[in-house]
Design a protein around this ligand. Structure first.
Ligand code: MG
Length: 389
């Protein structure tokens, strides 16, 4: 068997939301199709991938570097030991040829989209859901039948309307979620505390059901001011207070706030995660790390991130994946991580899970389609399918 073609295209995000740092209306996504010569049900097996929201499409890196390297490799060197399927680690090695270590930047996003498509193809060729393939290959056959999920949302509405925020949060509860998340840091502290109290009211007065996310906006002084302001609420977590790479700020903030922290979505390699765990002052008993496999060089690097975290005495149950993709869901289930974000309303059609995936008491079940399950998310498949034809 062999990979016969790899195609990429830039897609648009259908969203007008903003957080403390960026406006998402201009954001793009790279879509990738890996076409193989394996035939199932009379059609070639095609793996699909895309990068998560928050970074831009990376067509140049895909077209000029990653895709030509894979297509130029001897096809036999990209196969696993059976010779009947792709070896995703070999494909990862081929696309990273002649790339210097460190400073991953936007290439991490390009690699993530392409690596996702490769793993989708691998699981489809094996004729199993990706979560099951991961459980069988890397987790002794163990998988979680249901996964903790929380909706990423609570963005700033253009007119600052608290009723719209309230309605959005209520809609998540109506859909079966128990923990919700909202953005902070794009208003002043007093305004944000009012927004937080509005949402705590929606979730029945329990701050432990609300996470807040500053998207890396605060300097140390502001981060500490918010910590003092939010302390009484007993929040589920306080996410990305300062710059994602400022581990000293994160470590100092821990001296001013006893509640759980979460961070890591803007670290794109296992080396960066290792530095966070060594120098960020995080506590594996109460804090969370939240890498995003659809931004951080894909599932292949995600496996290394999990190994790295465990080597730093960080339990995999305290990894809650960012990004709300079907890849994050498959990894959470098949590798028994802590759970994953999802985007029922934002970043369509890429965010969220298969159309018939139920959310009950904050947990979701798994798709039984082969691969990632993109074919079970009609609007997403509509966008991806032409790329594979
Ligand atoms: Mg975040």
């Amino acid at each position: 068997m062999r990979i016969v073609d790899i195609r990429e295209q830039t897609g648009a995000l259908q969203t007008s939301m903003r957080n403390a740092f960026i406006d998402f209306s201009q954001m793009t996504v790279s879509l990738v199709a890996v076409v193989t010569d394996v035939v199932r049900d009379g059609k070639p097996v095609v793996g699909y991938g895309f990068n998560a929201n928050g970074r831009y499409a990376q067509g140049g890196i895909l077209r000029e570097r990653l895709i030509p390297r894979i297509l130029a490799a001897d096809p036999d060197t990209l196969l696993d030991e059976t010779g009947d399927n792709i070896d995703p680690f070999a494909v990862f090695g081929a696309m990273m040829t002649n790339e210097k270590p460190g400073g991953h930047g936007d290439r991490a996003i390009a690699v993530a989209a392409l690596d996702m498509a490769v793993w989708d193809a691998v699981a489809k060729i094996a004729q199993v859901p990706l979560w099951k393939l991961l459980a069988d290959r890397f987790n002794g056959g163990n998988a979680d039948g249901r996964v903790l999920v929380y909706p990423g949302g609570g963005y700033y509405y253009p007119d600052g309307n608290l009723n719209k925020l309230r309605d959005e949060m209520q809609s998540y509860l109506d859909d079966g979620y128990t923990i919700v998340k909202m953005k902070i840091g794009a208003a002043d502290l007093a305004t944000d505390l009012k927004r937080i109290e509005t949402v705590i009211d929606v979730v029945g007065g329990d701050g432990g059901r609300l996470a807040v996310d500053a998207n890396g906006k605060f300097d140390l002084e502001t981060a500490i001011a918010y910590a003092h302001g939010m302390k009484p609420y007993g929040l589920f977590w306080y996410e990305e207070a300062g710059d994602p790479l400022d581990y000293a700020l994160q470590a100092e903030l821990a001296n001013h706030y006893e509640g759980p922290f979460a961070t890591g979505e803007n670290l794109f390699s296992h080396q960066d995660i290792r530095n966070l765990l060594r120098y960020g002052g995080l506590d594996p008993q109460k804090d969370w790390i939240m890498p995003d496999p659809a931004l951080a060089m894909g599932l292949t690097e995600g496996l290394k991130i999990i190994d790295t975290a465990e080597a730093e005495n960080w339990p995999r149950e305290r990894i809650v994946l960012h990004g709300g993709t079907q890849l994050a869901l498959a990894m959470s289930a098949g590798l028994q991580l802590g759970g994953t974000e999802t985007y029922p309303l934002m970043f369509q059609p890429y965010g969220g899970f298969a159309d018939d995936t139920p959310i009950e008491n904050g947990f979701t079940t798994l798709p039984d389609l082969p691969g990632l399950g993109i074919e079970g998310k009609a609007k997403l498949y509509e966008v991806m399918k032409p790329l594979g034809e």
